[in-house]
Design a protein. Structure first.
Length: 382
């Protein structure tokens, strides 16, 4: 952020028209920054789920699968994991995948084709579909950028009927253009810039059930899309931070779990409860957390999120999950505090202050565009 960005302007002496003129100038500046970022390099989701290092999607499911220092266990081999599609479904960037990842085994359930794990295919690639929107399909696959959204779906295939609980672990890892793991700062910034949610409401264009280390507990009821009784399953984030899927299942059925992802285009999508200040873009937290509530609203902003956004103990000293400040550390700690963020969310909107806040968020996007070419989404199911 340039040293003269504040210009020593006393915002309480500005007219409304002057404030909005400053805001417009800032938005033009941010658009130019985004243009540079997009030219510098787009994220590309390669199509598969992984357990350690690879590209969007290895499914890992076995009684005892070891990768590095991590052991993945599936309780009693009670289920398999699958994606809808066939072995012929390939992504544009599948050649970026680890050679140890196979395509699994084809199976047909209720007239639909799936590719699934089995005893000899514990880690498999995940065929993406059009609504995944990851820019990894066809000759025009070009990756994603700020403002991109999509949905990725996988299926639990029970091997026996009854009550089932499956622990899921979702994480992300970035790779550079030489397929080396991106640096620590880039990988950490991905966690705060490419977000995963368990729920999305199309009518209100809002998200719920944030899947993040910084999320609170929540519980969502899912429509399992089957004819089995009952017709619903539950996905929850526990107090221990675990993501757990639970349902009364029927052997031979396929139970879908959809994960909605978004790369917020502007920082205000974190801050604001509606679209007033963010150009009709999706809202991520439409309500506030209520202390001592009997039930937790999965659409609520985590109670201490602003404290974590201000936390400078993470990373290499130049960034955390949300912002990059590099040589502008003093400006960052003076401008972006839990109190200033809370004031902005509560309605004390100042275009100049908001524009300066966005600069630190966009510096992080710029860094991601320079350092990351491919992203792995890691799914462990136990």
């Amino acid at each position: 952020m340039p040293k003269d960005s504040n210009k020593d302007v006393k915002t309480d002496e500005l007219t409304a028209q002057e404030c909005y003129q400053i805001a417009d100038e800032y938005m033009e500046k941010l658009d130019r920054q985004r243009g540079i970022f997009i030219k510098a390099g787009l994220f590309v989701f390669a199509a598969l789920f992984v357990i350690a290092f690879a590209s969007i999607a290895w499914f890992v499911n076995n009684k005892n699968v070891t990768s590095g220092s991590s052991a993945i266990k599936s309780k009693d081999g009670a289920f398999e994991i699958a994606a809808e599609g066939t072995l012929a479904d390939k992504g544009t960037f599948d050649n970026k995948l680890s050679a140890s990842v196979t395509q699994g085994t084809e199976v047909t359930i209720d007239g639909k084709n799936y590719v699934k794990t089995d005893a000899t295919h514990s880690s498999i690639s995940w065929a993406m579909t059009a609504d995944s929107n990851i820019g990894n399909l066809g000759e025009d696959g070009a990756g994603i950028k700020p403002g991109s959204t999509g949905k990725i779906t996988f299926y639990i295939l029970p091997l026996k009927s009854g009550e089932m609980h499956v622990k899921l672990d979702l994480s992300m890892l970035g790779f550079d253009d030489k397929n080396n793991v991106a640096d620590e700062a880039a990988c950490m910034l991905m966690e705060g810039h490419i977000l995963l949610f368990a729920g999305y409401d199309n009518e209100s264009d809002t998200y719920s059930g944030w899947i993040s280390e910084d999320a609170d507990t929540w519980e969502l009821t899912l429509d399992d899309g089957t004819d089995a009784e009952p017709h619903q399953s539950v996905l929850m984030r526990t107090e221990e931070g675990n993501l757990v899927w639970a349902a009364e299942v029927t052997e031979g059925k396929a139970y879908p779990i959809s994960i909605y992802w978004i790369w917020p285009e502007v920082f205000g999508q974190y801050l604001f409860k509606d679209k007033t200040y963010i150009g009709n873009r999706p809202v991520m937290f439409k309500t506030d957390a209520v202390a001592d509530a009997e039930t937790v609203d999965p659409a609520a902003m985590p109670a201490d999120l602003f404290v974590k956004m201000y936390d400078r103990s993470l990373g290499n000293g130049n960034s955390n999950r949300y912002f990059m400040w590099t040589s502008y550390y003093n400006e960052f700690i003076a401008l972006i505090t839990p109190e200033s963020l809370a004031n902005m969310r509560s309605g004390s909107f100042n275009p100049l202050i908001y524009g300066n806040m966005c600069t630190f968020y966009n510096m992080a996007d710029q860094y991601l565009g320079e350092k990351v070419r491919y992203v792995n989404i890691v799914l462990d199911a136990k």
